[in-house]
Ligand binder design. Structure first.
Ligand code: KG4
Ligand code: ZN
Length: 339
């Protein structure tokens, strides 16, 4: 016997649905099928996510995506044993769509439901890869809303070692990109532009690099980018790639060096990188190089599972159930936790 878990993600601007098979015993749960609809094209015209439009689009997409994953995996709704959804953090209206649909399905099918923490989804997403990590490890969680270094000893056994005191790493990418006039979402755009630039062209600050702790701060960097952009004035267009490369280098430098400090402080030999910024090529290259030198293993989610998706939510639910950290319940009076 095994159980089938349906996962629904709707915290921001991607609707994600997935099916994960949870085997009996200790084996790693298996992803059967996942489907994603990104709202990026819809929000681009506004320069960022419009919450009301996000909620409405989740409503339009979630059931067709659910039908798609069922069909693709050769299963039916009746086969689903547990319905999991993202409880938060995220946009309240957007979260309510996933929670509402999950609980309605649960009630109609008489199956238990389970609310999942979005960041735990990111954190456990490398377990969806062919070469999953083993506990314990250091996790660098870098998304649009969070930047944290964690010690992870098992499912649900997390200790925060350091985190950002202001902007998240993804926010630093996005806000700097906006200052340079790049389209939303700025992170991947800035990183693409940076490929043709000189990372040493501008001297930008590495905030808290020598603070002696594992906290981050990126607000000052954004201000420095703004100052530099103003100074360039009409020359900004011609020097944009250099400014993008210098900005990316500053963010990545801090992330890599603090991660190495966390590894050294704890004596851990394994690190997991998760969240949207984990897709950044320079971050991967620099962390891989630094860790190879120290014989430290680095694990990432597959590139297409770095940003928000339903697979990580189904996976986190499966792993929590498997670890006995959670009971899915037939309680359908749902709530969401935007913060
Ligand atoms: O994890 P995620 O999809 O959503 C949150 O939970 O926040 O992360 C989105 C963030 C955005 O800030 C986006 O700009 C950033 O991840 N991002 C990147 C790259 N791809 C996504 N930042 C830098 N380089 C990338 N390649
Ligand atoms: Zn996310």
């Amino acid at each position: 016997m095994s159980s089938l878990i349906l996962g629904i993600e709707s915290s921001c601007d991607e609707t994600g649905v997935a099916l994960v098979r949870l085997p009996d015993g200790g084996a790693v749960p298996q992803l059967l099928s996942h489907a994603l609809h990104s709202q990026i094209d819809m929000h681009r015209a506004y320069g960022g996510v419009v919450p009301e439009l996000a909620s409405r689009d989740h409503i339009r997409r979630v059931l067709p995506l659910t039908e798609h994953v069922l069909k693709e995996s050769g299963t039916t709704l009746q086969d689903v044993d547990v319905v999991a959804f993202t409880r938060g953090p995220g946009l309240a209206g957007a979260l309510l769509v996933g929670a509402g649909v999950a609980c309605a399905l649960g009630a109609a099918l008489d199956r238990p439901v389970l609310g999942v923490h979005h960041l735990e989804g990111h954190l456990l997403s490398p377990f969806l890869s062919e070469d999953p990590p083993e506990f314990p490890f250091i996790a660098l969680l870098v998304s649009g809303g969070h930047t944290q270094l964690m010690r992870v000893d098992g499912v649900g056994d997390y200790a925060i070692l350091g985190e950002t005191i202001d902007d998240a790493a993804g926010e630093a990418f996005d806000k700097s990109a906006k200052l340079m006039g790049l389209p939303y979402p700025g992170g991947p755009e800035l990183s693409r532009l940076a490929e043709g630039g000189d990372p040493e062209a501008f001297k930008l600050p590495r905030p808290l690099l020598h603070s002696g702790d594992l906290d981050f701060s990126f607000a000052g960097l954004k201000t420095a980018v703004l100052t530099q952009a103003k100074k360039l004035g009409d020359d900004l267009e011609a020097r944009k790639a250099d400014l993008a490369a210098s900005t990316q280098a500053a963010i990545v430098d801090v992330l890599v060096r603090k991660t190495l400090t966390a590894l050294k402080d704890t004596g851990m030999r394994r690190v997991v990188v998760a969240g949207g910024v984990g897709a950044n090529k320079l971050l991967r290259a620099q962390l891989n190089a630094a860790c190879a030198k120290r014989q430290i293993r680095v694990h990432y989610p597959e590139l297409h599972l770095c940003t928000d998706n339903g697979a990580m939510i189904a996976m986190a639910a499966a792993m929590r159930l498997q670890a006995g950290r959670e009971q899915a319940e037939k309680t359908y009076a749902f709530d969401v936790k935007p913060r």
